[in-house]
Design a protein around this ligand. Structure first.
Ligand SMILES: [Zn+2]
Ligand SMILES: [Zn+2]
Length: 248
């Protein structure tokens, strides 16, 4: 199937329309008509070849939300018409120790994990193309159901920025009533503020941008500390139960 996307053909080029072939749907795969795709800074790194491993053309996008348009043989979790999402992985060996434990990102199979873009894809090592495109085919294990109550456009950033900030809150056991600090209120931080609030924490945001205060409070932050206000920084000392640092 020929698909239209936005991609880069070299590190010094802007994204431009590209057409490419998606392989025919295989058993166990779901074909998704893409409605929305978030923009993650990793997309920009990959297109700029900042990691010196980019395979051209590069069609980024790993915060994908859309509608199931076809299902392959054996698919049981999804039906045509379902609203679904895809994050940064589309496949893995599914049998190694890491995969069996649900840690597919650490897949040690012969071809390792397949990321949503920049390949290499199983089984032939070809390039993978991401969500800045019309449609994508993905193993059903790597497709997520999106509840109908969530606006699909707003669901898209949950698939990378959201999970990246939600996971440490769950892993380290953020509890209702605790105070969560969020350092850096950008793509990740704006999700951390909302998720922390939704989990029942009192959220304190730390930013260098005073002009963001109103927007950060609108996301649900209880307080905003601007980092060049030394008095406010001192006053916040030892006030947090947990801090999510989104600043590289
Ligand atoms: Zn990302
Ligand atoms: Zn594996």
């Amino acid at each position: 199937m020929t698909v239209i996307g936005y991609g880069a053909r070299a590190a010094d080029q802007q994204l431009q329309p590209v057409s490419f072939e998606r392989e025919p749907l295989r058993a166990g795969e779901v074909e998704i008509d893409i409605a929305f795709c978030g923009v993650c800074h990793s997309d920009i790194h990959q297109c700029a070849n900042d990691w010196e491993n980019t395979v051209w053309p590069c069609v980024p996008g790993h915060e994908i939300v859309g509608t199931v348009s076809k299902i392959g043989n054996g698919v049981t979790k999804f039906a045509i018409g379902d609203t679904v999402g895809v994050g940064c992985m589309v496949n893995s060996c599914r049998v190694c120790e890491a995969c069996a434990a649900g840690d597919e990102q650490y897949c040690t199979g012969p071809k390792s994990a397949t990321f949503t873009y920049n390949g290499p894809k199983l089984p032939d090592g070809s390039n993978s193309y991401g969500g800045y495109s019309d449609s994508i085919t993905v193993r059903e294990e790597f497709v997520l159901a999106i509840p109908v109550a969530i606006d699909p456009a707003q669901a898209a950033p949950i698939l990378c920025a959201g999970v990246t900030t939600y996971q440490p809150m769950k892993h380290f056991g953020l509890k209702k009533g605790q105070t969560l600090g969020v350092a850096g209120i950008g793509g990740l931080g704006h999700m951390a503020v909302q998720i922390g609030k939704a989990l029942g924490a009192t959220v304190v945001a730390f930013t260098t941008s005073a002009e963001k205060i109103a927007a950060i409070k609108a996301l649900g932050a209880h307080d905003v500390v601007v980092m060049d206000d030394e008095t406010a920084v001192q006053a916040a000392a030892l006030s947090l139960d947990m801090m999510i640092d989104t600043i590289p």
